[in-house]
Design a protein. Structure first.
Length: 106
């Protein structure tokens, strides 16, 4: 399935707009990741553990969105948007939402 952030696909014609699809995931932060990320923030550098959590959240949300689109008969998703929010007490969890328009392309 083709997934794109653009509203059209060059060289392809949208035959049918099926509808809005989304995928969401909520990931709890790990206390040890928080501790090491805090140390990393103090001494500088990138927080690889948080980057990995962001990637996992994004991939899970996109995969869920893709499954919904396929179940609706789509072969592509256009106009995809990714949103990241912290939720829970003290922002202890990360929510990732992927939304787009399920379509059938030629």
């Amino acid at each position: 399935m083709l997934i794109t952030t653009t509203n059209s696909i060059e060289g392809k014609k949208v035959i049918k707009y099926i509808g809005l699809v989304s995928g969401e995931t909520i990931i709890g932060a790990n206390i040890f990741k928080d501790l090491f990320a805090g140390i990393r923030d103090i001494v500088g550098g990138r927080s690889g553990s948080y980057e990995q959590v962001l990637r996992e959240g994004k991939n899970t949300a996109i995969n869920e969105m893709q499954q919904y689109a396929a179940a609706m008969g789509a072969n592509a998703i256009i106009g995809v948007d990714l949103d990241y929010e912290t939720v829970g007490s003290g922002g202890s969890m990360l929510m990732v939402a992927a939304t787009g328009t399920a379509v059938i392309i030629e």
